[in-house]
Ligand binder design. Structure first.
Ligand SMILES: [Zn+2]
Ligand SMILES: [Zn+2]
Length: 452
């Protein structure tokens, strides 16, 4: 009896002990969450937050209150659509960041997906694009607020959104890096200039501990992660997915986005771009069923309408993070088409690898793609040096992978928007997509690059 008694006393003591420690920890977490929420609460109710003992969660539709897109000189024809960053598809970062044993640089990693989340619920991607080279800011790809829309028609920043400071007030972080450390603006809360920033734009001060700052030149925000993060497939894991009902569009050479209007928040928008000195418009409307109607209004006033059906929700709440921002392989989308079946959609090159791999060695090379481009182009153009965009859908289909692609994507292939498609435009478009899928940039698609 005595033994049992003392044993149960010990257990009780242990239970009380851990209970107390747990309670303290939970209290710490609450206090920390309240601190972190100072940034996000300013953007409620559009931005919602919650936390547990370990993580802080941010929910939003990914669209800021400010206007978007104006000022972009290298436009991919994507537009901002509301996203479902909520529930299991919310943004998250650790409440208590832990310094990493081997901090990872964003110069060599994390070209996919977000590296931080702004106070207004807009994700922030690596300033360097997913080709691992292009500085999006210097390349003219960003609007006046440092953002643009990715291949999922998902709006995101690529530099620190210091303009939010006006709304937040001084001394409140403009964003949080996904390792959990705060990102402050150009100055310290007391207005002084930050000293001795490390390679990741971070430093430690007595008041704030370790934190990052925004800068006007690269790395613009956290240039990597001082804290622990999980890297998976080239991005921080987990993180939400962005999706669009339409397939990714191609860059429109020479176009400049000159205006953007929110007609009805979360529902109706209008974007204006100039091309060859003339103004064109893209009006679009998000319907309650998730479908999106686009009215493409040319400078001649002619309107071409297309409705992209809402896509089925994928299972698992999107924890896979396979669709962040800028890689290929979005949903299907010519007008009136029924959405694709549930389940993740594969990048185009993955779906068509077999038909592209002419020598059947299990790899797709640039030479194989280029050859098939030439074959398909010749099949449509014959001896002419260009194909009219309007003619292409009515021509007899060239039966190879790229022949099929060309027919469905005639407009995207016409990169300079002159109404005609050249062999070079065809090859350029296909190789650009190729490069996106060629994760290790070795000039061929192989191994995991061909897995869905
Ligand atoms: Zn981007
Ligand atoms: Zn500082």
């Amino acid at each position: 009896m005595i033994k049992i008694n003392s044993f149960s006393t010990l257990v009780t003591a242990l239970l009380i002990g851990s209970g107390v420690a747990g309670a303290f920890y939970a209290q710490d977490a609450k206090a920390r969450a309240a601190e972190v929420d100072k940034s996000f609460a300013k953007f409620a109710p559009g931005v919602k937050t919650r936390s547990d003992d370990k993580y802080f969660f941010v929910e939003s539709n990914g669209l800021p209150d400010h206007e978007m897109m104006t000022g972009i000189t290298a436009w991919q024809q994507q537009v901002p659509l509301p996203q479902k960053y909520s529930g299991a598809n919310a943004w998250q970062f650790p409440l208590f960041p832990v310094p990493a044993k081997e901090p990872m640089s964003a110069k060599t990693n994390f070209f996919r997906g977000a590296i931080a989340i702004a106070a207004n619920g807009v994700p922030i991607f690596n300033p360097i694009k997913n080709d691992g080279r292009t500085d999006t800011f210097l390349a003219g790809e960003l609007d006046e607020w440092g953002g643009h829309s990715g291949r999922g028609d998902d709006y995101h920043y690529h530099i620190a959104p210091v303009h939010l400071q006006d709304h937040l007030g001084n001394g409140v972080p403009v964003a949080y890096a996904l390792d959990g450390y705060a990102i402050y603006g150009y100055s310290e809360p007391d207005g002084t200039i930050p000293k001795d920033l490390d390679a990741f734009n971070g430093h430690t001060t007595p008041k704030l501990g370790y934190h990052y700052h925004a800068t006007k030149t690269y790395p613009y925000l956290n240039g990597g992660f001082h804290g622990e993060v999980t890297e998976q497939g080239g991005q921080v894991h987990p993180q939400p997915r962005a999706t669009s009902p339409r397939e990714a569009t191609a860059p429109l050479r020479g176009a400049k986005v000159t205006g953007f209007k929110t007609i009805e928040k979360g529902q109706r928008y209008s974007l204006t771009y100039s091309l060859g000195g003339e103004s064109n418009h893209v009006h679009y409307q998000v319907n309650p069923d998730g479908s999106v109607k686009f009215d493409f209004e040319g400078h001649d006033g002619k309107v071409k309408s297309e409705t992209y059906k809402g896509r089925s929700e994928r299972g698992g709440g999107g924890r896979g993070g396979q669709r962040g921002g800028e890689q290929g392989g979005r949903g299907q989308g010519s007008g009136g088409e029924v959405g694709p079946p549930p389940g993740p959609r594969k990048p185009w090159y993955v779906d068509h690898a077999k038909g592209l791999d002419k020598n059947t060695d299990g790899e797709v090379t640039k030479a194989e793609v280029t050859d098939q481009c030439k074959e398909a182009f010749k099949g449509y153009a014959g001896t002419a040096d260009a194909i009219k965009v309007d003619d292409l859908p009515n021509l007899r289909t060239v039966r190879n992978e790229i022949g099929g692609f060309m027919k469905v994507h005639a407009k995207e292939l016409d990169q300079n928007g002159d109404g005609k498609i050249t062999e070079k435009e065809t090859i350029d478009t296909m190789l650009r997509m190729f490069d996106k899928q060629d994760k290790n940039s070795d000039g061929k698609l192989s191994g995991t690059e061909l897995e869905g």
